[in-house]
Design a protein around this ligand. Structure first.
Ligand code: 13P
Length: 249
């Protein structure tokens, strides 16, 4: 089974109520530009999930950027997958490097969060990626494959789970690995998925993330085993996000 490509926007901690106008513009551009041959997802901050999900835009799924492992309970400040599903989210990003760094999230916790997402019937986008020091030390594949092995729950399937490879040093820096380096990591991830999940491993979408923009999207998306993009900064501007989606038009 061939993976369905996905272009996902991670708005991180950006977006006020006025962002609604931005999504309207994006929806209009998608309509104008014709149907992209990929799924399209926006993950706004929690405060905008419900508004975006109920706005009635066609062709754009809405997701969240994190969740708790429990369905409900005494967890002040946290949010459950049930709440996100109730608000209209259909995807949840887990294990983003900013959560791993800012909140000391471990692979084991990321796997529990992903399991909670899948248990609630939503799709999980599980993020992995090496730091600059790890790359410089020649440890990229070791680090990424270890994260893949430990962050994906056993319930993961090609239908419910998407992997996102985001080199930490490429996030928000304007720097990207070479296309060859991206292909090498994605192909290693593919191999590890096939080793663990059998032929079904061929069907998982593996997104690249880190300084994706309209000018580099086409070549990055054409690399071996790259099945879409997880976009930060460029997903905040309709024209830039649309320009990235153009790689699938
Ligand atoms: P940038 O596209 O801003 O580099 O961010 C990538 C990212 O972290 C998406 O999750």
């Amino acid at each position: 089974m061939k993976p369905t490509a996905l272009v996902a926007g991670n708005w991180k901690m950006n977006g006020l109520a006025s962002s609604q106008a931005e999504l309207e513009a994006l929806a209009a551009m998608l309509k104008e530009g014709g149907k992209a041959a990929c799924d399209v997802l926006i993950c706004p901050p929690f405060t905008l999930v419900s508004a975006f999900a109920t706005a009635g835009y066609t062709g754009i799924a809405i997701g969240a950027q994190d969740c708790h492992t429990a369905a409900s309970g005494a967890h002040t400040g946290d949010i459950s997958v049930e709440m996100l599903r109730d608000a209209g989210a259909s995807y949840v990003i887990v294990g983003h490097s900013e959560r791993r760094a800012d909140h000391a999230e471990t692979d084991a916790l990321v796997a529990q969060k992903a399991a909670a997402v899948l248990g609630a019937g939503l799709k999980a986008i599980v993020c992995v990626g090496e730091t600059e020091a790890e790359r410089d030390a020649g440890r990229t594949l070791e680090v990424v494959l270890s994260q893949i092995g430990q962050s994906l729950p056993d319930a993961a399937t090609a239908e419910n789970t998407i992997v996102a490879y985001e080199p930490v040093w490429a996030i928000g820096t304007g720097r990207t690995p070479t296309v060859e380096d991206v292909a090498e990591v994605h192909t290693a991830i593919r191999k590890s998925l096939v080793e663990r999940f059998g032929d079904a491993g061929e069907g998982f979408a593996i997104l690249y993330g880190g300084s994706v923009k309209p000018s580099n999207a086409a070549e990055l998306m054409a690399a071996a085993n790259v099945n879409g993009a997880l976009v930060g900064g460029a997903s905040l501007k309709a024209a830039d996000f649309n320009g990235i989606i153009d790689a699938y038009r």
